[in-house]
Design a protein around this ligand. Structure first.
Ligand code: NDP
Length: 328
């Protein structure tokens, strides 16, 4: 039996592993893939010590550090966590079972869906939730970036390195990304912001009627050809684009925690105390899925939460301090 199983290989989980190993806890990190959401960031420029680093590079470096210090790593999808008389059993989809006296749940978040017609249909055929991954396919094309936060605005800047034209379509009247990103985007001649507007449908090439812009759209296959807006822009509700990047935030990945009986808030984030403890003894939360991250989902915060969760697991295992019981 492990002292600690950490679920999630993102910044929170990896940092928890570093701290757990230094506390000499026998620890195992289980995750479906390295890095989590941070791997979608092409440039992280606000993490101390790195002027600019891609999410992928940071994750690889941190994984090496974590392994070197002693964490064991298993790649796989966790299907269920069960409570035992002493500790917890973690069951993977491939049938593997692991047990530990304590658990840190650091399963991050999933990209939010727009939930409009055409979104599912054209997924992978012009629709993407990861600008960093897919924008290189849009060299000299026209794309729409939906959202007004850091992901959409930094994504538009990155997008303009490839595409000829990037529309940011935002439902409010002022972008809410970090000012440094916003200033850069607004100065970029390839980027045009369409404010106070929602996308209500994603259209295929066939649905794009003759417009001046139609000739610019590649019509050789059934793929995204444009978006329908809830109000006219430059006289039309139809905006022809070759690609649609949906960058509208994330929803916490808390189904494992919920099934175990961990208390969540009204929008499904794990309720944690200052020490990252949950309502269950020996179960801690860390990273984008905790209610602490709801309004500040930053890599540095996820790392800090991972560190605190590991320290709290150590104290819990030593019987130094009973975890604070929330929602009891
Ligand atoms: P955010 O939650 O910060 O922003 C989501 C944006 O999408 C908001 O502008 C929101 O609008 C809009 N939105 C939400 N739902 C809808 C909807 N249904 N229809 C239309 N628009 C919608 O998410 P991000 O993904 O931008 O960022 C997540 C976290 O990751 C943040 O903490 C961010 O700072 C960080 N990040 C850091 C990066 C970096 O440093 N390189 C890059 C990317 C992200 P509204 O404003 O009206 O709520």
């Amino acid at each position: 039996m492990y002292d600690l199983i950490i679920i999630g290989l993102g910044p929170a989980g990896l940092t928890a592993g570093i701290y757990a190993s230094r506390y000499r806890l026998k620890n195992l990190i289980i995750g479906k893939e390295l890095g989590g959401t941070i791997t979608l960031a092409h440039a992280v420029e606000n993490y101390p010590g790195f002027e600019s680093v891609s999410g992928v590079e940071w994750s690889q470096k941190t994984l090496e550090q974590t392994k070197k210090l002693g964490s064991e790593i298993v790649y796989g999808l966790v299907e269920k966590i069960e409570r035992l008389d002493v500790g917890y059993k973690v069951i993977l989809r491939d049938g593997q079972k692991q047990e530990a006296r304590s658990v840190i749940i650091a399963t991050g978040s999933e990209r939010r869906k727009l939930n409009v017609p055409g979104e599912t249909e054209y997924l992978g055929r012009g629709i993407s939730y990861c600008t960093t991954c897919d924008i290189p396919f849009y060299k000299e094309k026209t794309v729409a970036m939906i959202g007004g936060g850091d992901a959409a605005v930094s994504g538009a800047i990155h997008g303009a390195e490839f595409a000829d034209k990037v529309y940011i379509i935002y439902r409010k009247d002022k972008l809410r990304a970090e000012p440094i990103w916003t200033e850069e985007a607004l100065q970029n001649k390839k980027i045009e912001v369409i404010y106070n507007t929602n996308v209500i449908k994603i259209l295929g090439t066939e649905e794009i009627k003759d417009t001046d812009e139609k000739s610019k759209i590649d019509q050789n296959q059934d793929k995204v050809g444009g978006v329908e807006l809830d109000k006219p822009y430059n006289g039309s509700n139809i905006l022809p684009v070759d690609g649609v990047f949906i960058e509208i935030g994330a929803v916490p990945g808390t189904s494992l925690a919920q099934n175990l009986g961990v208390a969540l808030d009204e929008v499904n984030y794990i309720l944690v105390g200052e020490d990252m403890s949950t309502n269950l003894p020996g179960v801690f939360g860390a990273g984008d899925l905790t209610d602490n991250s709801k309004n500040f989902a930053q890599m540095i915060g996820a790392c800090a939460q991972g560190a605190i969760a590991a320290a709290s697991a150590y104290k819990y295992l030593k019987g130094e301090k009973a975890p604070r019981i929330l929602g009891a």
